[in-house]
Write a protein of this length. Structure first.
Length: 111
């Protein structure tokens, strides 16, 4: 499982952009969605998640804003930008190419 987690962690930005391409969200909700999709086998550490948010915002891929919650703590929401959509599309193309190469390498080695 460690290898799988390492591979997934390498795609943190793409995973966040994928979730935000479905609609605005906040950190806790994104992490819960990731856990649900992976049946609880993977979650991003809070520090990793918020470091990625800062990096993506600095790169112009996302923007953040404060929610209007009337009860409880205010949430910082994130939305994907057009630049972010373009980066996500490029990352998805790169992922599919890498996945094909790995499959070819494993299958051609007779495994």
């Amino acid at each position: 499982m460690l290898v799988i987690s390492d591979v997934i962690r390498g795609f943190t930005d793409s995973i966040i952009l994928a979730q935000l391409s479905k609609g605005d969200s906040y950190g806790y909700e994104i992490n819960k969605t990731i856990q649900a999709i992976t049946d609880g086998e993977f979650e991003l550490k809070e520090a990793t998640l918020y470091t990625a948010f800062r990096r993506l915002e600095a790169d112009g891929c996302i923007i953040s804003y404060w929610g209007n919650e009337n009860t409880g703590a205010r949430r910082r929401y994130y939305t994907i930008t057009e630049e972010g959509r373009a980066v996500f599309k490029e990352n998805l193309t790169d992922w599919n190419r890498a996945k094909e190469m790995i499959n070819d390498l494993l299958n051609k080695e007779g495994l």
